[in-house]
Design a protein around this ligand. Structure first.
Ligand SMILES: *[C@@H]1O[C@H](CO)[C@@H](O)[C@H](O)[C@H]1NC(C)=O
Ligand SMILES: *[C@@H]1O[C@H](CO)[C@@H](O)[C@H](O)[C@H]1NC(C)=O
Ligand SMILES: *[C@@H]1O[C@H](CO)[C@@H](O)[C@H](O)[C@H]1NC(C)=O
Ligand SMILES: *[C@@H]1O[C@H](CO)[C@@H](O)[C@H](O)[C@H]1NC(C)=O
Length: 425
């Protein structure tokens, strides 16, 4: 069965752009496409609204991608590429190298059940491309050439916002970033995705995630249903910040839906949407930092005390920015589908981490098993040893087993195993 998607846009009165999407020759289109059958109207641009022509391209890319995967009778038999994309602080190897190793070990575990023609890579934005520890893990600057190559760990050069040198030739964007985020290093977990999306745009799906996470067997055969933009659940919203974000959005002429709260920090979605939302998240972070937080409140000595938590806390600026961007770009789901699922499931959980369980586990500030703090302090080595054999389906045991196994594997063995598992696609 073949489907052809055509979209065309015309500029109507003012700055509004009307796009019509024609879908021809479909026999079994998922209901998600119905959303696009009618004309999609984007309202007039304001100073802070995203560029409309980029938006049209984004929409069409999104539709092509959705068509490609959803129209296949069994997309699991088709080649498909996914990328886990993250910032890795090379200069703070402790404790982050251990976390990267267990994250890679979890990808290896997941790949045992992954469809033969699927590939899941990891893309790391790093300050130092020559880090021996990353080279030992098989990471290099070589991009994926085609969809059949084995697993790749790809390094991309990135300069932390705090380390950037501002000179007379610096752009307004660089100045603002440096100016606002002198004491907010979480900007580096999103800025590289906004600044260098080309390194992941060729992938079908992108996972934006921290690295203190575990992918589970349930991730093996999973893609966002209906090309939905997926997030987990966060814990930062309260009535005051919801009202404040709604006012900020309204003041900028941006769509905002007050029934959508607590958007988590991990995202999974089609690459062009991830890129667009990352760029707008950075935009909103700058905007909020500049207009809604006084200079004193941007100092880490002030915000790290969390005196205004949870009402209005600079420490979660990244999440506030994400909430505004998701509303703006997706229209909170009216324009592009948006859904929250059980991402960032805690590693302390005793729920079942089987093929139908959560797809992604995240460690939190906790000393309860499985705890990243206890792991980093070596506490599990003696008093509470980690499972050597995975004889329980509990999520905490899955995390414990994977983390324990990543400790006993040399970087070379881990790298070779990841490379070998899909060598004969
Ligand atoms: C994919 O790229 C690799 C590396 O360039 C090459 O060796 C391999 O032949 C290519 N495979 C296909 C199917 O193009
Ligand atoms: C902003 O609020 C006003 C007053 O409630 C409303 O009429 C307008 O549609 C809102 N703008 C947006 C972009 O939601
Ligand atoms: C806001 O989102 C909810 C849940 O998705 C939806 O039911 C509702 O219609 C939305 N409201 C507006 C004004 O878009
Ligand atoms: C199964 O797990 C329990 C609890 O961690 C452990 O005591 C036991 O030795 C394990 N059994 C096997 C066969 O590894």
């Amino acid at each position: 069965m073949k489907a052809r998607l055509f979209g065309f846009c015309r500029r109507s009165s003012g700055s509004a752009v009307v796009c019509r999407i024609l879908i021809l020759g479909l026999t079994a289109v998922g209901s998600f496409l119905a959303t696009y059958r009618s004309s999609i109207q984007t309202t007039g641009a304001t100073s802070s609204a995203p560029d409309q022509s980029t938006d049209d391209t984004l929409l069409l890319d999104h539709l092509r991608l959705c068509g490609k995967h959803r129209l296949a009778s069994d997309y699991r038999l088709m080649p498909l590429t996914r990328a886990v994309v993250a910032y890795f602080p090379v200069k703070q190897l402790e404790p982050y190298l251990g976390q990267l190793k267990w994250c890679l070990r979890s990808l290896l575990e997941m790949m045992k059940d992954e469809p033969k023609l699927w590939r899941t890579d990891i893309v790391l934005y790093v300050e130092d491309l020559t880090s021996p520890e990353l080279r030992q893990l098989g990471c290099s600057t070589t991009a994926r050439q085609n969809a059949s190559e084995p697993f790749k760990c790809i390094l991309v050069k990135y300069t932390k916002v705090q380390d950037r040198v501002i000179d007379p030739k610096s752009s307004g964007y660089d100045r603002e970033l440096k100016d606002q985020f002198k004491e907010y290093s979480f900007i580096d977990s999103i800025a590289p995705l906004a600044e260098q999306p080309e390194v992941y745009l060729n992938y079908d799906f992108v996972v934006r995630s921290d690295l203190d996470v575990f992918f589970t067997p349930a991730f093996s055969k999973w893609i966002p249903p209906g090309c939905t933009f997926i997030t987990g659940n966060g814990g930062y919203s309260d009535p005051y910040n919801l009202m404040k974000l709604a006012l900020v959005a309204n003041h900028s002429g941006s769509y905002f839906n007050s029934s959508i709260w607590n958007i988590g920090s991990t995202w999974v979605g089609p690459a062009p949407l991830i890129s667009k939302i990352a760029a707008r998240t950075v935009h909103w972070m700058v905007y909020l930092s500049k207009t809604e937080f006084a200079p004193k409140m941007r100092k880490q000595s002030w915000w790290s005390q969390a005196v205004l938590w949870p009402e209005w806390h600079y420490g979660v600026l990244l999440l506030y920015g994400g909430q505004l961007a998701i509303n703006e770009i997706l229209h909170a789901g009216r324009r592009y589908p948006f859904q929250k699922i059980d991402l960032d499931h805690p590693t302390t959980s005793t729920a079942a981490c089987t093929e139908t369980g959560p797809i992604h586990l995240h460690t939190y500030q906790s000393d309860t098993y499985f705890s990243k703090y206890r792991f980093a302090s070596g506490a599990y080595k003696n008093t509470h040893s980690l499972p050597i054999v995975l004889n329980s389906s509990r999520c905490c045991d899955y995390a414990g087993y994977i983390a324990g196994d990543s400790l006993s594997m040399s970087p070379e063995v881990l790298a070779n195993s990841l490379h070998a598992i899909k060598r004969y696609g």
